[in-house]
Design a protein around this ligand. Structure first.
Ligand SMILES: Cc1cc2nc3c(=O)[nH]c(=O)nc-3n(C[C@H](O)[C@H](O)[C@H](O)COP(=O)(O)OP(=O)(O)OC[C@H]3O[C@@H](n4cnc5c(N)ncnc54)[C@H](O)[C@@H]3O)c2cc1C
Length: 475
């Protein structure tokens, strides 16, 4: 080993591991780092921990406390006298933040190392751009904050989530025509229509776009609380079957009831459902905002885009990443989480090996690690955090001993009546355990195979070309 290498390595060893984001998974990573005595700094854009979770604080989680608390975090908290919430209760996002994440971030083992108002805008290697190879493994990470400050680190755990990058309304993955200009009319997923954001919804015409749990949650809040809102629901699929779920045949009665409630509101006319609606244009007009699929137009006062989220790889674009071209996760993880094949419960346990990029020491964990796949669960993220921290500690035996202990029931989908805080007994949230590829690690992956995105969409027809409009070249 050259002297230069030794000097470089020694310098790296004096630097902390940087964790981007003080959400549930970033704080879990911090707890594991603290437990192993590894120096770290958490860089959080918000002014408190769980800044993203607090944004959806009014929404009840669908998995109970038992699966929402990291083991290392629980250990540190318990030593400090924390009383663990009831394992079987379903917290709201606000309760997750107040009863678990805030006390965790306030522990003496974490607090001095968590920096708020520290938005990361870029991560690179000190003195090296992405092209340079020589000396790369010895160069510290340089993390630039929005304030202009540079932070050096020996490794980076990127747990910055996806909440800050919602998907667009446009059906083709890019903004619909006029969507950017009409942004003032468009809400991102899960507005607090009964609380903080009530004034923007009461008595208004609201269009909700999307077919997932977020859309269902907003639709039921609007339809069931006498807000005087005119509610329209637009989905790309030809039927709302996926959103309705199993109804009375559902293994979990409360989840079935949720779909039934939604269907009843559609059938009674309280919610106007538009199927096969792929948003093509959004136009602000004198009478509100007009949203069109090319043939039908909805005029509304507010549009709620409940179309999912995507990761922001922009901040790490100077690093050498091996991203799956479809999912935006690592290539190794992509087939394990593909929503064309998987529901969340069928994702097998995975860790540092599946999260490794060509850039040694950089790991994306948490919901960001899944890229565009909407199948992420906290329990999986906590196991990622444990494994990655073990790998950074050189403890590859622990890093590779990935485990996931999900039950067959009640963790991986909207399984509850939205108002209930207690999980049902019996039945499988995702049906019977599925035939999934043998996981690399230990533990039970549950759920039905056949992914969330199996529903066929109505194919959009291209507009006629000028030649076609004029009858073609031959008149
Ligand atoms: C409504 C809703 C309900 C859900 N319910 C469940 C459930 O019941 N069970 C379950 O297992 N999962 C659930 N999930 C999925 C998932 O567990 C959550 O999204 C969870 O918050 C992901 O945790 P995270 O730490 O990866 O990311 P986040 O919670 O998004 O945390 C990321 C943090 O990084 C910060 N940040 C972002 N960018 C930067 C930057 N550039 N610099 C510095 N800091 C930055 C953010 O401010 C935030 O604090 C739910 C998600 C949603 C949206």
């Amino acid at each position: 080993m050259s002297d230069q290498h030794v000097a470089g390595s020694a310098r790296l060893d004096t630097l902390p591991v940087a964790v981007i984001g003080a959400g549930p998974v970033g704080l879990a990573a911090a707890a594991h780092l603290a437990q192993r005595g590894i120096a770290f700094v958490v860089l959080e854009a918000g002014d408190s921990p769980a800044a993203a979770v607090r944004q959806w604080g009014h929404v009840r989680l669908f998995s109970p406390w038992r699966y929402n608390i990291d083991a290392a975090a629980a250990g540190l908290l318990t030593e400090a006298g924390w009383v663990r919430p009831d394992n079987d209760k379903l917290p709201t996002g606000a309760q997750l933040a107040a009863d678990y994440l805030q006390p965790l971030a306030d522990l003496p083992a974490l607090k001095p190392h968590v920096r708020y108002g520290a938005r990361v805008i870029a991560v690179t290697r000190l003195g090296l751009d992405r092209l340079r190879t020589t000396g790369r493994d010895r160069a510290p990470y340089l993390i630039r904050l929005a304030t202009g400050e540079d932070v050096l680190a020996r490794a980076v755990i990127d747990a910055s989530g996806t909440w800050g990058k919602p998907n667009v309304l446009g059906a083709s993955g890019i903004p619909a025509h006029g969507e950017t200009e009409a942004a003032a009319y468009v809400e991102t997923a899960l507005p607090d229509v009964l609380g903080r954001d009530r004034d923007r919804f009461a008595g208004r015409r609201v269009l909700v776009v999307g077919a997932g749990h977020s859309a269902a949650s907003t639709l039921l809040d609007l339809a069931e609380n006498a807000l005087g809102t005119t509610v329209t629901w637009a989905i790309r699929a030809a039927t709302p079957a996926r959103t309705y779920g199993g109804e009375s045949a559902d293994a979990l009665p409360a989840r079935g009831a949720l779909g039934t409630r939604l269907r009843e509101h559609v059938e009674s006319g309280a919610i106007t459902l538009l199927t096969g609606f792929s948003v093509q244009s959004v136009t602000a007009g004198p009478d509100g905002v007009e949203v069109s699929d090319g043939t039908r137009t909805v005029t509304a006062d507010r549009v709620v885009g409940a179309t999912g989220f995507r990761p922001d790889h922009g901040i790490v674009s100077e690093l050498r990443l091996d991203l799956d071209p479809i999912m935006g996760s690592t290539r190794a993880l992509a087939p394990l989480i593909d929503p064309n094949e998987h529901s969340c419960g069928t994702v097998p346990p995975h860790g540092a090996d599946q999260l490794t990029h060509p850039e040694p020491g950089y790991y994306a964990i948490g919901v960001k690690s899944y890229g565009r796949a909407p199948t992420f669960l906290l329990a999986t993220g906590y196991e990622q955090a444990r494994s990655v921290v073990a790998a950074l500690d050189g403890d590859w035996a622990a890093a590779r001993d990935v485990q996931l202990d999900l039950p067959e029931t009640g963790v991986c989908n909207s399984s509850q009546d939205l108002d209930s805080d207690t999980i049902d007994a019996g039945g499988g949230c995702c049906g019977a355990p599925a035939a999934v590829p043998e996981p690399a690690g230990r533990g039970l992956a549950t759920g039905v195979s056949g992914g969330l995105l199996r529903t066929p969409l109505t194919v959009i027809t291209a507009p006629p070309t000028p030649a076609e409009q004029s009858g073609g070249c031959c008149g």
